[in-house]
Design a protein around this ligand. Structure first.
Ligand SMILES: Cc1ncc(C[n+]2csc(CCOP(=O)(O)OP(=O)(O)O)c2C)c(N)n1
Ligand SMILES: [Mg+2]
Length: 804
């Protein structure tokens, strides 16, 4: 008799055999997919292939330990696991390889990601949350190696929050007493990345239910472990993390990747340690192989020795499992051979079905286009040319949408001088086709749901008659107080965020009031602060990740850009992480505390909102708006604004700054000045001085850079003043140029301009330290004055004689 590792109950040998056989079938199916998948790439049907061959057996063991409510954050080798938890079929595997844009066919990404990038759906098609405690959850993979690690930390931490923080509303959909384990996988070579180390350390500090498996095949593409890992052994060098009787830490386990029986035991052990004790576990899975090499873009025979290749073929985990099954009388050679043969056929059939399903809509669309081209040819003087295009399209055996649309667009050129109903039909078809098909590649960059940020109704701050003028930080602080008491699932964390209530005391006293888990200090590790936020937001919490200064956001910019902002897009709207990132920046002092790289951020962060409030009331209003909605955003508070006086509103937690809406903060007739954040104060000062010279400037605060002026209000000001200057403290060509482009090109502002539209920015270098460093590096009120004056001088030299 054997024991069922899950229940400890004795099970019959027959049942045991059946379980093992069913596992073996998954391993063989997965392997066949890898083998055929590679062929599909080499014959041109798929673009690129990276597969899970050589890593099948440990994933079977992992899948046994993985329970409903658990989470995976892994990488491209995990196809066997996805199959074993019932979230990837053969057809879906191939649909992903072909880039099938239908989410039913390719549930991983609707054709947006390369094969090997896995995900489950945490959202229903209408955008509402599923009951994630009843699902086996896989957070959507990204390609940058180790990029899955920061998010993994947050996924694990959510269990701790759900277990330990009392009073969170509506948590039953996300957690059952924090019993969920977050499972990570990473290749041996990718443990060289800083993100791996940062995550490992942070999880040890936080003591969260995280199990990391390192799939060790000794290589990272062609580069051997001797160039990757000290002592060529990751579990060896991590030994200092091992917990002991006195100190908390990790449980570190080692196991051979081909030893099925041992793997099952190790994964069960890891599961219960993490689940019950909330202690992180690292499993070093050794002696794995790559039967087909790294990916379809190379062959490992080029860099592996004969000996290594021979060793790999002897230690192939599927082969070893088969040998073990024979040795333990689980099946006969004939039975296994038959199983393997049947599976080969099943996979071949599945692949064929996936390809046919991929092509079917395109063939249909091609028929429509061919018919229209045929009609067009008949009615055109350029019949022969059009017929040629049509025949080529008609004879395309496996038409892609590019082929179809491109043929139609090219044909149109031959009738540019003609008028016919056939031409009109083709024009309409092209437009309609583009409008229907293009979103398959672009939809869901932002939320398309009702609770979309930009639809939250604004609520103005209100004031008591005797409202006090206070330091701006108090407005922020008291508004956070209101937020924490209103939203039970909001938590904030960062460097110096907890005990001292952030470096500017915008959270003073909040930890005492709301506890160390909801208002938390974290280590100096921006990427994993961000990852904590992503993971927890994916599990229904509303985290606010605080990055101490805007200048240090570069440490987590990669995770924001690669993971956070692509999440909704890369899952075709089936996962979300409504994380708020709080930071403070703009002009203060020196190279690293006065940064304002807003152009860089705006370009790298499409998919989240980038908000630049000019004062603390506006900032607080943004937090209130964001918490009514479900999208990620970055809020940059003005670092030099915490001690400036603002009136204290009396509807804290309720007033809402609208997103994507500009505000005219000074009316004027002669020129439109557009700016944001701290620079606005400089612009306001200059405008007052310009007034004395008889120049009336209108000032617009854009407030939100992403999205920018959704209602196209700025052009109205330009239509009135006919002159435009955009001012900021970014580098030349940065955010000011982005705003200028929006007004002049997108909003059609060029039509109204009587003077050259211009930008006034900081110097291309970072700001030098000190008052003079600021004056000579960033635009000053004098610079704004002179720039505006020179524009007016050029327009009317009589009235505004040359100044300099
Ligand atoms: C940040 C980053 N750098 C480089 C790559 C290209 N790349 C993809 S996989 C890989 C090797 C990874 O090796 P390992 O972690 O051992 O995983 P394995 O493929 O061996 O399972 C590299 C260099 C990448 N995807 N991301
Ligand atoms: Mg490797």
């Amino acid at each position: 008799m054997q024991t069922d590792p899950k229940t400890n109950d004795a099970i019959s040998f027959e049942d045991f055999k059946e379980t093992v056989l069913s596992d073996y079938k998954i391993a063989v199916t997965s392997r066949e997919c890898s083998l055929l998948g590679r062929r599909e790439v080499l014959t041109g049907k798929a673009k690129f292939g990276i597969f899970g061959d050589g890593k099948e057996v440990p994933q079977l063991a992992w899948a046994k330990a993985f329970k409903k409510g658990d989470w995976r954050s892994g990488y491209y080798r995990d196809q066997t696991f996805m199959m074993a938890i019932g979230k990837l079929t053969v057809e879906q595997f191939f649909a992903g390889l072909y880039a099938h844009t239908d989410t039913e066919a390719d549930p991983m990404s609707g054709g947006r990601q390369m094969g090997g990038h896995f995900a489950t759906h945490t959202l229903n098609p209408d955008g509402s949350w599923k009951n994630l405690t009843q699902e086996k959850n896989s957070s959507a993979d990204i390609s940058p190696t180790a990029g899955q690690m920061p998010r993994l930390l947050g996924l694990a931490q959510a269990s701790k929050i759900y277990r330990q923080v009392r009073g969170i509303d509506n948590k039953t959909q996300f957690s059952i007493n924090g019993n969920e384990v977050a499972w990570g996988t990473i290749g041996n070579a990718s443990t060289s990345e800083g993100l791996f180390w940062e995550t490992i350390n942070a999880a040890g500090v936080l003591q969260v239910p995280m199990v990391v498996s390192v799939w060790d095949d000794e290589y990272g593409i062609s580069v051997h472990a001797k160039y990757q890992t000290t002592k060529e052994n990751i579990s060896e060098v991590l030994k200092g993390f091992q917990r002991n009787e006195e100190e908390k830490g990790y449980e570190i386990l080692r196991v051979k990747g081909w030893d099925y029986a041992e793997l099952v035991e190790v994964y069960e052990r890891a599961s219960s340690i993490a689940r019950e004790e909330h202690v992180p576990v690292l499993i070093h899975v050794q002696e794995l192989t790559q039967p087909q090499g790294h990916s379809t873009s190379g062959s490992h025979e080029r860099y592996k020795s004969e000996e290594r290749l021979a060793w790999e073929s002897n230690h192939d985990c599927n082969k070893k499992m088969r040998e073990w099954m024979l040795a333990n009388d689980i099946a006969t050679d004939e039975e296994l051979t038959q199983i393997e043969k049947d599976i080969k056929k099943q996979v071949r059939d599945g692949k064929k079905a996936a390809w046919e399903a991929f092509l079917a809509p395109q063939r249909q669309e091609r028929e429509e286009a061919v018919l229209l081209l045929d009609n067009l040819a008949e009615s055109s003087a350029n019949k022969n040319f059009i017929n040629k295009i049509k025949t080529e399209l008609a004879s395309e055996k496996e038409p892609l949408r590019r082929d179809i649309l491109s043929a139609a667009r090219k044909a149109l050129r031959y009738v540019v001088n003609e008028t016919s109903s056939e031409k009109k039909q083709l024009q309409d078809w092209i437009q309609n086709y583009y409008e229907t098909v293009q979103p398959k590649y672009s939809a869901h960059l932002y939320s398309e749901e009702k609770e979309n940020c930009t639809t939250v109704a604004p609520v103005a701050p209100t004031y008591a008659e005797d409202a006090e003028e206070v330091d701006g930080r108090l407005v922020i602080r008291d508004n956070f107080d209101a937020i924490f008491s209103k939203h039970s699932n909001v938590l904030i964390f960062g460097e110096d965020t907890g005990e001292i209530g952030d470096v500017n005391q915008g959270l003073e006293g909040m930890q005492e009031k709301y506890g160390k888990l909801r208002v938390a200090d974290s280590g100096i590790r921006e990427a994993t602060i961000l990852g904590q936020g992503i993971g927890m937001a994916m599990r229904g919490l509303r985290p606010i990740a605080e990055i101490q200064y805007l200048d240090y956001i570069l440490y987590c910019l990669q995770i924001m850009s690669d993971d956070l902002v692509t999440l909704r897009y890369r899952t075709n709207g089936r996962q979300k992480a409504p994380l708020i990132v709080r930071t403070r920046g703009h002009r203060l002092e020196g190279i690293w505390h006065s940064g304002s790289p807003m152009g860089a951020l705006v370009h790298l962060l499409r998919g989240m909102y980038v908000l630049v409030p000019r004062n603390m009331t506006k900032a607080a209003g943004f937090y209130n708006t964001l918490l009514e909605s479900d999208e990620p955003a970055l809020v940059v508070e003005c670092l030099n604004g915490y001690r400036l006086k603002e009136k204290m509103p009396n509807n804290l937690g309720e007033f809402k700054t609208p997103i994507g809406v500009v505000e005219t903060i000074r009316e004027g007739e002669d020129i439109t000045l557009v700016s944001y954040g701290s620079t606005l104060r400089v612009v306001q000062e200059a405008a007052a001085e310009l007034q004395q010279a008889g120049i009336s400037a209108e000032i617009i605060d854009v407030q939100s850079l992403l999205p920018l002026d959704l209602d196209q209000q700025m052009v109205k000001s330009v239509a009135k003043t006919n002159r435009l200057l955009v001012i900021d403290e970014d580098v030349p060509g940065g955010a000011a140029a982005y705003i200028l482009n929006n007004i002049v090109e997108d909003q059609g502002g060029y039509r109204y301009l009587d003077s050259k539209p211009q930008t006034l920015t900081a110097k291309p270098h970072r700001p030098a330290y000190g008052t003079d460093g600021d004056y000579f590096s960033k635009p000053s009120a004098d610079d704004v004055y002179e720039k505006v004056y020179s524009i007016m001088h050029e327009a009317d030299p009589q009235r505004f004689p040359k100044l300099i």
